[in-house]
Design a protein around this ligand. Structure first.
Ligand SMILES: [Ca+2]
Length: 175
């Protein structure tokens, strides 16, 4: 029992040091996270074409991934979302197609920057391209976390189209 308590205290102390190191590096916008072992990987993919015309954030259908951080552990989550996208506009228009990855109600880092694809129609038609973002968060304490990709367009007349996507979430032991 005592050994278990000492181990739990050590895990907590290491996580605290890691969190403090993150804060020290962070300032307002720069963050650093270090981990040492990938403990879980969940991968989802969607081959079908989907689109949204919403200018409010919506969940990318099917992108929900649940991750469990067991008692006595602190974890970093690393997520990659890739897809072939299309952000069409009328001639002369500008459209931005936004995508972010959330853990519960918190946006994974870096926060604020969400443009996944964009088009300035004055420079030509938007073509389908592959795009990818990678995001992280943590160290997270023990608990159940829900990861979701969310998307929106800047103009409801110009939908954000994803012609298939792939989402990977890794749970990493925090140093
Ligand atoms: Ca594009």
């Amino acid at each position: 029992m005592r050994r278990a308590l000492v181990a739990a205290a050590l895990v907590a102390a290491v996580a605290l040091m890691s969190a403090l190191a993150t804060l020290a590096v962070a300032g307002k916008s720069l963050t650093q996270r270090t981990g040492s072992l990938v403990l879980d990987v969940v991968i989802k993919s969607q081959a079908a074409t989907k689109s949204t015309s919403s200018t409010d954030w919506r969940n990318v259908p099917g992108s929900r991934i649940e991750v469990e951080v067991p008692q006595g552990q602190f974890s970093i989550l690393l997520a990659r979302f890739s897809g072939t996208s299309d952000c069409p506009v009328d001639f002369g228009g500008i459209a931005n197609c936004h995508l972010r990855i959330m853990v519960g109600k918190k946006q994974m880092h870096p926060r604020g920057v969400t443009i996944f694809d964009s088009t300035n129609a004055q420079s030509g038609d938007d073509l389908q391209e592959a795009h990818m973002i990678e995001r992280s968060i943590g160290p997270l304490k023990p608990g159940t976390y829900v990861v979701r990709a969310q998307w929106r367009t800047s103009d409801e007349a110009h939908p954000f189209v994803l012609r298939g996507w792939h989402l990977t979430v890794e749970r990493i032991r925090a140093d």
